[in-house]
Design a protein around this ligand. Structure first.
Ligand code: IP8
Length: 249
């Protein structure tokens, strides 16, 4: 079985403090991941690394920049966070390898994403845990634009035919108007209350962007808080289950 797990940027960093890793949180997530026997792909978001730099240059998933200085600044910040995530996993003896989306993904002029996944497939079959991240990628007519970790999760899960998808977030799921976790979301209708702005600087669309991206999955995804990671990795479906058509629990 293949599992794709996203570690949200607001989970692994202090999202309001530029370039600050939440070391304790990351270590506890890495310890949970160390117990997994299945094929596992990890994707992490930008948190206080990518988003601040992207916002500085007005770069988002749709608005690009042709400035190589800006592109490198955003990418390099994500590399620093990726090194911290891979380092924390390695400290728990997880066979983690860093993988850079900038080198394997691109968008065409309509925004359609291509991802060359053969190296990831080979890394998995050799027993490694590829660790990818939100990034900047070449975008036809735009220079580079942001690739969110959620887009990456969806594309990887569909192309690798992953059986399970988990998104570890700073909230226990998608919340309704009363703050209660919504059990299941099958489409975007009636979800205006979750389509608001993210609290901190977020160039990928916050929870709205996350739900919209996850609705493109072939299998259901669970959105859950860090406290539920062991339950998810143990086969449960904590938090909110999004998308996946009829294949849900
Ligand atoms: O936090 C965004 O990834 P996300 C990555 O998953 C950058 O939306 C470069 C801002």
């Amino acid at each position: 079985m293949t599992i794709v797990l996203k570690l949200g940027g607001s989970v692994v960093t202090e999202k309001d403090v530029p370039e600050t890793v939440d070391e304790d949180r990351l270590a506890s997530l890495a310890a949970a991941v160390a117990g997994v026997d299945e094929s596992l792909v990890i994707v992490h978001g930008g948190g206080s690394f990518g988003h601040h730099h992207a916002a500085k240059y007005d770069v988002s998933v749709s608005e690009g920049t042709a400035d190589p200085v800006a592109a490198r600044e955003i990418h390099d910040a994500m590399i620093r966070l990726n090194q911290a995530v891979v380092g924390s996993l390695a400290a728990q003896n997880v066979p983690a390898l860093p993988v850079q989306p900038l080198s394997m993904c691109a968008r065409d002029g309509n925004g359609a994403l291509t991802l060359e996944h053969s190296a990831i497939e080979r890394q998995l079959s050799e027993g490694f845990v590829p660790v990818l991240h939100g990034d900047v990628i070449a975008h036809e007519g735009e220079g580079v634009s942001v690739l969110s970790g959620d887009e990456l999760v969806v594309r990887l899960a569909n192309q690798l035919a992953a059986e399970r998808v988990g998104v570890c977030s700073s909230v226990p799921g998608v919340l309704d108007e009363t703050g209660t976790v919504i059990d299941r979301i099958d489409d975007g209708d009636g979800l205006e209350h979750v389509l608001g702005e993210s609290d901190a600087t977020d160039v990928s669309g916050g929870m709205a962007g996350k739900v919209a991206a996850l609705l493109e999955l072939d299998v259901p995804a669970s959105i859950f808080a860090p406290t539920a990671i062991e339950a998810f990795l143990g086969g449960e479906t904590p938090g909110t289950t999004v998308g996946g058509g009829q294949a849900g629990p």
